[in-house]
Design a protein around this ligand. Structure first.
Ligand SMILES: [Ca+2]
Length: 448
């Protein structure tokens, strides 16, 4: 297997969030709404798009909606928000639909990609043993202050909870998962492995065959061949890895909404969320959605996030790595989900982290070591709010494992309540934009 010099990144995100400290939530919500409408005007903010997302009014069925789009390619059906995505649609039909009273909304299907700062330049291999030092991130979050070389999980470590990793897929055979990682869904595949488009892995499962196919496919790329991006594997192992994870007994499920090269679209993400909600209902287990992805501009995430949260799945999203107001990024702007900024080992806010009123909480994100997808014992150390997000997802998994009836909103409130206040060194931009100084805490020293 080859030395991987995968590059990626992920994260993108957009606008606003609510947190319950220091500023009244009502103020923050209205701010988020204001920013959300502003971002809507940005369209895809220069990111490019893959056709359109068309949403019908409640009175219009999905079949009736599809009928209106005859002659175009339907890329995803998203019944949860009564929408479909389509490509190859004539602009004249787009114009007609915008004036059709049975159509609720017509928007571009924005492309989403990994953030380049979450690029791997070097990987290692190794299998951690019980006595080995834990990574600084998990070590830090079980304490109000500092690190002590150990990490204490919450309760039973997330047994029974399912964390849906919306990302580049997962190497489910990696030793960090000891069988707790499972195949799920891929936005680039139909019902059979043969139906997968280039760069997409059936069920979101990365294995040697997927990597070899990806190496062959990218052999002539600028920068050389790369195997399938390990970003999703990394995030999954930070949430639930045996040695590198916050919830070492939780189950993780691959939901590949970003290709092996780290690209996807809003519609694929929406469809992935809907798949996760359905799968969670079938399992009857408490669930968490972890989204270490995003991008500037965009909009339309609120309703699908409401669908997930109303269905009982807590959602954590990365704040983004632009060192800008997270309210300008999707899905970071969504006020109901938990938007996560990043810190360094010395408790400074990470220099790349987005900030502002849309950030709910911070978690470790700089120089995080976790599993990678090149082999079953490959590791990588990378930085980004994508790495901070799964720390929160793992903590949420432990909470819902301990109390399966806890609602998604209550899970968020509990994490906000448990968080350590005023321990992060926020930079000037973060301070002047009303960023809450709140850090993830998973220890038992709380009365929440
Ligand atoms: Ca510790």
């Amino acid at each position: 297997m080859k030395p991987s010099t995968c590059s990626f990144l992920l994260l993108l995100l957009l606008c606003g969030q609510v947190s319950s400290f220091s500023t009244a939530p009502a103020d923050r919500s209205s701010y988020a709404e204001e920013r959300s409408s502003a971002s809507q005007d940005l369209g895809c903010a220069g990111r490019g798009s893959d056709g359109y997302i068309i949403r019908g009014q409640d009175s219009l069925s999905i079949d009736e909606l599809v009928a209106k789009l005859r002659g175009t390619e339907i890329t995803h059906k998203i019944p949860a928000i009564n929408a479909v995505s389509t490509r190859g649609i004539a602009e004249s039909l787009v114009s007609t639909l915008r004036h059709d009273v049975t159509i609720k909304d017509v928007s571009r299907n924005c492309l989403v990609g990994l953030d380049p700062i979450e690029t791997v330049s070097m990987t290692t291999t190794g299998t951690a043993s019980a006595g080995d030092p834990v990574p600084w991130g998990t070590d830090r979050v079980d304490s109000r202050d500092g690190t002590d070389g150990t990490y204490s999980k919450i309760g039973d470590g997330g047994i029974g909870a399912v964390v849906y990793i919306l990302d580049t897929g997962i190497r489910i055979s990696h030793k960090e998962f000891d069988g707790r990682a499972q195949a799920g869904w891929s936005a680039g595949c139909g019902d059979t492995p043969k139906s997968c488009q280039p760069g997409w892995a059936f069920g979101g499962v990365i294995n040697d065959a997927v990597n070899e196919a990806e190496l062959a496919r990218t052999a002539y790329n600028r920068g050389g061949p790369t195997d399938c991006n390990g970003h999703g594997t990394h995030c999954a192992s930070t949430a639930a890895g045996r040695h590198y994870g916050v919830a070492p007994e939780a189950t993780v499920v691959a939901v590949q909404v970003l290709s092996c090269e780290g690209t996807g679209s809003s519609a694929g993400i929406f469809a992935g969320i809907e798949w996760a909600v359905k799968d969670s209902a079938q399992r009857g287990k408490p669930g968490v959605i972890s989204m270490s992805l995003g991008g500037p501009g965009g909009s339309g995430y609120d309703d699908i996030m409401d669908f997930a949260m109303d269905s009982g799945l807590f959602v954590a999203v990365a704040a983004g790595n632009e060192h800008l107001d997270a309210c300008r990024f999707s899905p970071a702007y969504v006020s109901r989900v938990m938007t996560v900024g990043s810190t360094e080992a010395d408790d400074d806010m990470s220099s790349f982290s987005n900030y502002g009123p849309c950030v709910d909480i911070f978690a470790p994100g700089t120089s995080i070591t976790a599993a990678w997808a090149g082999s079953d014992d490959q590791l990588a150390t990378i930085s980004g709010t994508s790495m901070a997000c799964p720390h929160v997802s793992g903590a949420a998994a432990e909470l819902v494992s301990a109390d399966p009836a806890m609602s998604a909103d209550a899970t968020k409130e509990k994490l906000l309540c448990m968080g350590t206040q005023d321990t992060i060194n926020l930079d000037r931009r973060a301070r002047i934009t009303r960023t809450d100084n709140l850090f993830l805490y998973t220890g038992s020293d709380h009365s929440c």
